[in-house]
Ligand binder design. Structure first.
Ligand SMILES: NC(=O)c1ccc[n+]([C@@H]2O[C@H](COP(=O)([O-])OP(=O)(O)OC[C@H]3O[C@@H](n4cnc5c(N)ncnc54)[C@H](OP(=O)(O)O)[C@@H]3O)[C@@H](O)[C@H]2O)c1
Length: 296
């Protein structure tokens, strides 16, 4: 199998909070165009975002400029069945990776997003009940039908990733995980080393810890914020978000941050971070602040 590389822009715009931005279709289209001008051409969705509403909001805005689709990449996810007023019969939240659910979920996403194909489909979370053979069958058919170009996972550990990969006839191109100067989980569980070893580009969700870095609410966030402020001062950089993104992108795993803000000025900070360099000691001071103790 020739190993396909992840085909996304170096920074992705995340649409999890899209419904909160209260943009009409025209305003959302404008924001999308502004992202494209900045070099951000990839947009991250999931079937469940905004209580199953976000994909449709984006799809409606894409209708206003039919030519735009070929210039962007759309990511969506499947597998979580939320408790929602949209599905009144559900009694509990479950994860469903059956062949039928994956196929149905992709059909819904395509309809909602007003498109014929997804550039990337991710399994949203690992599941205690997981039939890799069924998932692989769904992936093969979706690829053969031209409905999904690339496939990956989200929040998987190494063994979960490798298990699914064993069954698939295409390579999984990414694992979307939480990585930030506040969340070191994937440095600790071996995923970051695995990404480097396998040359798998990870996508980083909540790269600014969901906003916690701006309003710290515990000792750890206070310490991390302080370290970011110190490094920002040394580099004469106006805001700590630039430092947080630069910290992520310095790592040799080639992390793709998923920017979660709907505000253009804040999206621009991620782009600015691409040309911000910090030295190794500055990188480690931020790591140690999150780690809570010196290196052994
Ligand atoms: N795969 C998964 O399981 C998973 C889980 C969570 C998220 N995601 C993906 O990752 C994307 C990003 O996640 P996220 O939204 O948590 O990212 P984030 O960038 O860590 O957090 C965004 C939040 O931080 C706030 N913020 C950003 N810059 C700020 C500043 N300078 N001052 C104050 N507040 C600031 C934003 O508010 P404003 O909007 O007001 O700027 C927003 O509420 C999501 O959209 C989604 O696509 C994936």
């Amino acid at each position: 199998m020739t190993k396909e590389k992840l085909n996304l822009s170096p920074i992705v715009h995340g649409h999890w909070r899209l419904a909160d931005w209260k943009l009409n279709s025209q305003e959302l289209l404008k924001l999308t165009e502004q992202c494209i001008e900045l070099g951000i051409t990839s947009f991250d969705h999931a079937d469940i975002y905004g209580n199953y509403e976000c994909e449709s909001l984006f799809g409606e805005s894409l209708k206003l400029d039919k030519g735009l689709r070929k210039n962007i990449q759309i990511i969506s996810k499947c597998g979580i069945k939320l408790l929602s007023d949209k599905y009144p019969k559900r009694k509990v939240k479950i994860y469903d990776y059956s062949y039928e659910h994956i196929m149905e979920s992709v059909e819904n996403s395509l309809k909602n997003l007003n498109t014929d194909y997804l550039d990337l489909l991710l399994l949203h979370r690992p599941a205690p009940f997981f039939n890799a053979e069924e998932v692989a069958k769904a992936f093969s058919e979706l690829k053969a039908q031209g409905k999904v170009k690339q496939f990956g996972v989200s929040n998987f550990n190494i063994i979960q990733f490798e298990t699914l990969q064993k069954y698939c006839d295409m390579n999984l191109v990414t694992n979307q995980v939480e990585i930030s100067p506040y969340c070191l989980e994937h440095f600790d569980n071996g995923n970051m080393d695995f990404f480097v070893k396998e040359k798998i580009q990870p996508m980083a969700w909540s790269p600014l810890a969901g906003g916690v870095l701006f309003s710290p609410n515990d000792a750890k966030s206070v310490n991390v914020r302080q370290a970011l402020i110190q490094v920002a001062m040394e580099l004469q950089i106006a805001s700590i978000d630039i430092i947080a993104y630069a910290w992520l992108m310095k790592h040799p795993a080639n992390v793709i941050p998923i920017v979660g803000s709907g505000k253009l000025e804040r999206i621009k900070t991620a782009v600015e971070a691409q040309k911000t360099e910090m030295n190794m000691e500055q990188w480690y001071r931020i790591y140690i602040a999150a780690n809570g103790e010196e290196l052994p």
